[in-house]
Design a protein around this ligand. Structure first.
Ligand code: DOR
Ligand code: ZN
Length: 450
């Protein structure tokens, strides 16, 4: 169907299957002027064209609220074009970029530069987080310049500084995302490792213990309570973290949390098998912890599923000493098949998967017209052949990072087609739109006050 479809503004996607809490339902999705016009049983006679989904599963375009698109001086790891092509191939139509770039995004001037650079090169919609580390006035300027939220790595700063940052972010009504690992706990382990001469890859989970995470999660929640800051905890890997979020939520803290497919699908034994390819922060945990993390997902304690797509050059991964390995896993092109495989094995329902990969991220970020297959929403759609089995093959990734800890494993659910704002942007492995087709996602203006 491909290119014929490019310019149609009023069409129907027929014979699609959409997940609902009551099970999968067959339906026809009507699209008009880039928005969903309605869900009906058969194509209306007035449409210009009908796209035959051939029984594919139709999901709202996935929203990844945690990704590293790199570019700039890290363009050798990934750039806006390769990163967003990879996102598109994985079914993501909106991704939000982390600010740990080179140089880091910590001023409004740099954010504006990043937005201009991205807008010429992105294939899907991209929002940007910024670092809130340059004082209240700069935080205000960053919010006004279009930051969708702010991010801190708690192990890079004192808790006093985290508190100040939270107070500042809360004054813009924005969201603070935190990478929660406590500096002191990490430092103690680093010192002990030095004494013992432990620098092998397998030491990674020991060097960054669960305690580093839970101590940081608890402190951050306490400070969010004190400052009134809206808080989102990135990549929780322990059940304690998820329970702490729930506990503080019950006493009024506005907090949410996320999990990655790699923390759900892999355990620390992968590090022995795969070395640097399986190194990520926070680290992979024991099989026991992974099983309990799944229980937290089942109980609804984890809001969002994110990729934490964190590409590096292969040479930065294949290093002997743990301190020299760049942490991070490319995740755009494996996240959906991995989660659909989990759904196939009944570890998660399809409607919960859509909640965690679409609806909740949109809600947390305040993106009103995304993440839902409903009348009036943007026509961002992903069609998946849920019966196709295949093996992960990272050499075919559109990302520059052509490696994966999931290489060779069998998954179900191939992304067949992706519509972005009602335009067929990807079909059968091919990107059909031009660089710059993606739009920069900005916060709703009324969110910015004071
Ligand atoms: O594994 C990780 N990779 N954890 C982080 O916190 C940063 C990220 C990156 O930017 O590579
Ligand atoms: Zn990250």
């Amino acid at each position: 169907m491909g290119r014929d479809f490019y310019s149609k503004s009023f069409f129907a996607v027929d014979d699609a299957k959409i997940p609902t809490p009551e099970g999968v339902k067959s339906c026809c999705i009507v699209v008009r002027d880039g928005k969903i016009d309605g869900l009906v049983s058969s194509p209306p006679a007035s449409v210009e064209a009908v796209y035959d989904a051939k029984g594919a599963l139709a999901l709202p375009g996935l929203i990844d609220m945690h990704a590293h698109l790199r570019d700039w001086e890290y363009g050798y790891k990934e750039d806006f074009a390769s990163g967003t092509a990879s996102a598109l191939a994985g079914g993501f139509t909106t991704v939000v970029d982390m600010p740990n770039t080179k140089p880091p995004v910590d001023t409004a001037q740099l954010l504006r530069r990043r937005i201009i650079d991205a807008s010429q090169r992105i294939y899907v919609d991209v929002g940007f987080y910024a670092f809130p580390t340059k004082g209240l006035e700069e935080v205000r300027r960053l919010a006004a310049a279009g930051a969708l939220g702010f991010k801190v790595f708690t192990y890079e700063m004192s808790w006093q500084d985290v508190e100040e940052v939270m107070a500042n972010v809360s004054r813009t009504s924005s969201l603070l995302l935190i990478h929660a690992e406590d500096a002191e706990v990490l430092e103690r382990r680093r010192a002990a490792a030095k004494k013992l001469g432990r620098e092998d890859v397998a030491s990674h989970p020991w060097l960054r213990p669960k305690k580093a995470e839970t101590v940081a999660v608890e402190k951050a929640l306490e400070l969010a309570h004190k400052t009134g800051c809206r808080l989102h905890i990135c990549h929780v890997t322990t059940t304690d973290s998820a329970h702490l979020v729930q506990k503080w939520r019950q006493i009024g803290v506005q907090a949410s949390c996320e999990v990655t497919p790699h923390h759900l699908m892999l355990d620390a034994s992968a590090i022995r098998r795969l070395g640097g390819i399986a190194i990520t922060n926070p680290p992979l945990r024991s099989l026991r912890e992974v099983r309990s993390l799944w229980r937290c997902v089942g109980e609804g304690l984890v809001d969002a599923l994110v990729t934490d797509h964190a590409p590096h050059a292969l040479s930065e991964k294949l290093v002997d000493k743990i301190c020299d390995i760049r942490p991070g896993i490319p995740g755009f092109e494996t996240a959906l098949p991995l989660m659909l495989t989990a759904a196939f094995r009944r570890r998660i329902s399809l409607s919960k998967l859509v909640d965690m990969m679409c609806r909740k991220p949109a809600e947390i970020l305040g993106l009103r017209d995304r993440g839902l297959l409903a009348r009036g929403s943007r026509a961002d759609l992903v069609l998946v052949d849920a019966s196709e089995r295949f093996r992960v093959n990272s050499s075919r990734f559109l990302s520059k990072a052509k490696y994966s800890p999931f290489d060779g494993i069998e998954v179900v659910g191939r992304v067949k087609a992706v519509f972005v704002r009602g335009t067929l942007a990807f079909e059968d492995g091919e990107v059909l739109v031009k660089k710059g087709f993606g739009e920069v996602v900005e916060p709703r203006r009324q969110e910015l006050r004071r």
